[in-house]
Design a protein around this ligand. Structure first.
Ligand code: ZN
Length: 310
């Protein structure tokens, strides 16, 4: 039966060859990306990483997010604290978590999935946090939570508004309840401190935003926006369909559906985000000035100038 085994093995080899997918390195070295068709990476970048044909808002790194939001060179990246014990459970499945973490840092050139920057939008000082899906699915663990808490503290100390571009698969299960405590509880408490200071907190959901992220700091904003064609929810579509044993509508968990349910305040194209967020901030800050005006008798104009200058 040796001949049969040889034939089967040869068949498997052909199958593997036909199914061979490009490696991460192949994809990185290519000038093209795949969407509804092939697009030159340069063309995609020039269009803010949005497909000109199907309007898909492609995922971006944190630096690319800051570049498209503030403009290149118009912001300053803040050094957020990195935990000196990122793998307290010494987690290991097929590959040790410490190895996965090392690879993610090397591939993304980031220390953790979330980066924080500060700059001006509509001449208003803001702190912006952004997550990178390429870093372990932008899942949140100790250092990511620390980055968000640092961003909030910086906003409070410097009287700035906080804008949080939220995306990711949820809390990082390799750090279990530590991730849940840091990522959900600690960040939510930090956001509450921001609100006590009456500083605006704006969330913009970016595709995909799921799990504990949506169940904590992504759902507690004064204004919640989403990029066009973004998907967000708690459990994933397949899990819900399996639990309910029924098929869900095609637009389930899409930004347009969330908007129709009242979960979102607006669905915005990426190119319009700086203008829309700038407008929202000026309205929110003016509204607060009007409240102050009644107390102090100052004009709202003066109050806005005072606040923006402070
Ligand atoms: Zn496309």
């Amino acid at each position: 039966m040796n001949w049969l085994k040889k034939t089967l093995d040869f068949g498997q080899k052909i199958k593997r060859f036909l199914k061979k997918r490009p490696s991460r390195q192949d994809i990185e070295n290519s000038d093209w990306v795949s969407c509804c068709g092939p697009i030159l990476k340069k063309d995609l970048e020039n269009n803010l990483f949005v497909c000109a044909k199907c309007n898909k808002h492609h995922r971006m790194s944190c630096v690319q997010r800051f570049d498209t939001f503030f403009g290149k060179g118009n912001y300053q990246i803040l050094n957020t604290p990195i935990s000196n014990n990122e793998d307290p459970l010494l987690w290991k499945d097929k590959v040790a978590y410490s190895e996965k973490l090392k690879a993610a840092k090397k591939n993304t050139k980031q220390d953790c999935a979330i980066m924080v920057a500060t700059g001006k939008i509509n001449d208003i000082e803001v702190v912006v946090a952004s997550a990178n899906m390429a870093f372990l699915g932008a899942s949140v663990s100790i250092s990511e939570a620390e980055a968000l808490v640092y961003a909030v503290q910086h906003a409070i100390d410097n009287n700035k508004s906080f804008i949080n571009f939220c995306s990711g698969g949820g809390m990082r299960m390799m750090t279990s309840t530590i991730a849940l405590n840091a990522g959900m509880v600690k960040t939510t408490l930090a956001i509450n401190e921001l609100k006590k200071k009456k500083l605006p907190y704006i969330v913009c959901l970016a595709d995909p935003c799921f799990g504990g992220i949506l169940a904590s700091y992504a759902s507690t904003a004064d204004i919640t926006l989403a990029e066009e064609n973004c998907f967000a929810g708690f459990a994933g579509r397949k899990v819900i369909e399996g639990t309910l044993n029924e098929q869900l509508p095609l637009n389930f968990q899409s930004a347009s559906h969330l908007l129709s349910c009242g979960f979102l305040d607006a669905e915005v194209h990426r190119k319009d985000l700086p203008e829309k967020i700038g407008l929202i901030l000026s309205i929110l800050l003016k509204k607060q000035s009007n409240v102050k005006m009644e107390d102090s008798g100052q004009t709202s104009e003066n109050n806005i100038k005072t606040r923006e200058a402070s």
